[in-house]
Structures are given as C-alpha cells and as structure tokens.
Design a protein around this ligand. Sequence first.
Ligand code: IPE
Length: 256
Amino acid sequence: MQILKLGGSVITHKDEYFSPHTENIKRLAQEISATKKPLIIVHGAGSFGHPVAKKYNISDGLKTSEQLVGFSETHQSMTRLNQIIVDTLLEAGVPAFGISASSMLVTKNRRLVDIDMSIIKGCLKLGLVPVMYGDAVLDTEQGFAILSGDQLIVRLAIDLEAERIIFGSDVDGIYTANPKLDPNAKLIELVSLSHITAEVGGATNTDVTGGMLGKLKEAEEAVEAGAEVVFLNANAENRVKTALLGEKVMGTLLTL
Ligand code: IPE
C-alpha cells in the first residue's frame, strides 16, 4: 500500500483564495491512474483551508462561540477542494472515494489519538482509492483543532503498514535551506534519520501546520515503522508517476 500526499502548494494557487490549480490536478490524476496498486491519497489545504483556519484561529482551539462558524467554514472549504480532486480523479478513471478525517477521528491537544481505520481498510479491500485531507477536527482538550495531512499520513502509514509514502510539494525535495529564499540551498538526495544535521528550510505563505521541517519531523515515525519516505516535486511532470511505479525519481529519500 502506498500513500501519496498532494501538498496545498501543488493543487491550489497559494496566493489566491479558494483557487484550485486545475491544470496540476488534471495532470496528477492522469499520473495517478498509471498505478493499480493499493493507494491512499491525502491532500493539503493551500489557499482553501489555511486562510480560513488562520482568520478564526482554529488551531488554538475553541475560545469564543464566534469561532464555531469559522471551524465549520474551514471544514467546508476543504470538502469543496476534496470534491474537485475526487471528481478529477474519477474522470481519469481512478476509483477515488472522498473521506473526511473529522468524521472518523479526534485529536487530543492537536495530536491524533483515536482513529477508526475500518472504513479505510474496507475501501482498500474493495479496490477504492480513499482521498482524505488535512481537516478541521474535534479535539478532546481544546474543543477543536487543525489536523495536518502530514500527521494523518504518518498515522495511516504506521497502522496500515504502508510500503511507501510520497510527499509531493512544490520543491524538488528537502534542501539544506529554504530554496525559495536562499540561492545556495542544496537538494539533499538521501537523508538518514540518524544524521539530520542539515537545516531544513521552512515553507513560505500562510501555512498553519509547519512547512518542510514539520513534514520531516512527522515522517520520522513512519520511517521507523518501515515505510520508505520520498519527498518530491509534484509540479514537475511524471515525478509522482515514477515514484508510484516504484522507480528511481529525483527527490529526497528519507531512510533509517
Ligand atoms: C491543513 O492541511 C488543513 C487545514 C488548514 C484545514 P495541510 O497542512 O496538510 O495542508 P498543506 O499541504 O500545508 O496546504
């Protein structure tokens, strides 16, 4: 089983509110249709979830009743994006099935605790491709929270013993610094968990869930559980396809 993360910077225009990157979504749907292996797709928020979550300060939890509308609006914006992605995958012949994280899990102080895997397992058994996303979720301590797609993926990978996790973003992989800000930033092709000495550049824009460094930290646990973790540029043609087919691809491979 493989898990593919489509970052918000790939599937949306990050600088324009609620703007799907239709061209990328269509191309990626075609690339994904090349694999018939069991797959879960988790997509990010980009210009859908993040600005709404930030406006109402959803990640810090419930403080005033006015935030309730914002909590639901954040989730709604994500279901809209999910619908666009699922519809496009269906057009490409991928048996995609949208599932919201908020309906099957809760967090405790922003960390995922209880998750009911039965629906996902059932979908995979049938041959469906579950399409999940970072979501506005209930939290047992702070009322509600934002669960990043990255945190969700790692938990899915561990519980379902995923063979490979592919993190598709808008950069070629993990760099020694933020490649968008530092011209001397170098791509690291292989990072070993025991040797993470490089300073990893954070993402720009309105990211409420942590950027590249956050992704790397989240991924550690999945690597420890035996998954191969690849970071690659999903904006570049055929990289997602190549990785899904298990072939060597430009990017960063995270190992033990
Ligand atoms: C964030 O998900 C979810 C919300 C803000 C509701 P991610 O953290 O996985 O999204 P991206 O990939 O950074 O956009």
